[in-house]
Design a protein around this ligand. Structure first.
Ligand code: SAM
Length: 294
């Protein structure tokens, strides 16, 4: 660390002053709502459990508020920021840290595996982000589908989405996304963040989740069938499983009797509701249907 200025970026007046000096105006299109509250900055960074051995990838550093605390705790922080107008601001606010690197790119296009290979080839990175709402799903799906390795991912996202991602079976928020993501990750709800601690203030409250890759992903033998069953089951979540599954076209017109027999073979009552089935039960059900179809 050099002797350059350390700014108190969690103070709204300091943050606004820096933005004004740089002639910077936040852009809605980039989801620029900056977190200005020490308690919540610490809460998010604490959730990531960063140590001096960790390389952290931050998506969207903004003016560097979370980044600053992570630079204090991590070995290296690599931030991916789309807005080139923020680069000189980050140069000023994080100029004191020699363990900070900014990559001026769109996270949906950046070579994230290349960044990991370059900066942390032998230890899984931690990912942290106050994620702009408009890219929540594409970012998570990119990491999932491209199987980008990380040891944990701490994300601040819209509260309802955080509730859905982390919901366990039996919960009112449990649904298709909870199941698809929890096949690969353990997802914990960490904290709720009120809209009042952002500049500018967004319309909605936020929630922070921590995603940790499962040692072994839960996979069905026919993934397309699995997705169709889960989507079909939740298409009308108040219906019984038997009725919902009867309308899933991927089951190829399987009779109600045949579906009842398979459900019973799995110890599931045909009158059960989808939200009470665990992910493991959905996988087993999908595999049993797949086996029956041959
Ligand atoms: N981390 C800062 C904080 O907590 O105050 C800023 C968070 S702000 C909600 C989202 C940040 O992501 C902004 O800096 C925005 O410019 C950046 N961003 C938006 N879209 C992006 C993208 N596709 N790729 C990389 N960064 C993006």
């Amino acid at each position: 660390m050099s002797d350059k200025n350390i700014y108190k970026l969690t103070s709204p007046s300091v943050a606004i002053d820096i933005m004004q000096r740089h002639g910077f105006h936040t852009m809605k299109a980039f989801g620029q709502n900056f977190l200005c509250d020490e308690h919540y900055v610490c809460g998010i960074v604490d959730a990531a459990e960063i140590t001096k051995d960790d390389v952290v990838i931050e998506i969207g550093p903004g003016i560097g508020t979370l980044t600053q605390l992570m630079c204090e705790r991590a070995k290296h922080v690599i931030a991916i920021e789309i807005d080139k107008k923020l680069i000189p601001i980050l140069g000023e606010t994080l100029g004191a840290y020699d363990n900070f690197t900014v990559v001026n790119e769109d996270v949906l296009k950046a070579d994230i595996k290349g960044i990991i290979n370059r900066y942390s080839p032998s230890r899984a990175v931690k990912v942290v982000s106050n994620l702009p709402y408009y890219i929540t799903t594409p970012v998570i799906m990119r990491f999932l589908e491209e199987d980008i390795k990380f040891s944990s991912m701490v994300l601040m996202i819209q509260l309802e989405v955080a509730d859905r991602l982390s919901a366990p079976a039996g919960n009112k928020d449990y649904g298709v996304v909870s199941i698809m993501l929890q096949c690969a990750y353990d997802i914990e709800f960490m904290l709720k963040v009120p809209a009042s601690v952002f500049v500018p203030r967004p319309q909605v409250n936020s929630g922070v989740v921590r995603m940790t890759p499962k040692e072994k992903r839960l996979t069905a033998r026919d993934n397309e069938l699995f997705k169709a069953i889960v989507k079909g089951a939740f298409a009308q979540r108040r219906k019984t499983l038997l009725n919902s599954l009867s309308s899933v076209k991927e089951l190829g017109g399987m009779s109600k009797d045949a579906i009842t027999a398979i459900l019973q073979s799995q110890g599931i009552a045909p009158t059960e509701r989808c939200e009470n089935l665990t992910i493991e039960q959905f996988v087993a059900l999908s595999d049993a249907i797949s086996a029956e179809r041959g």
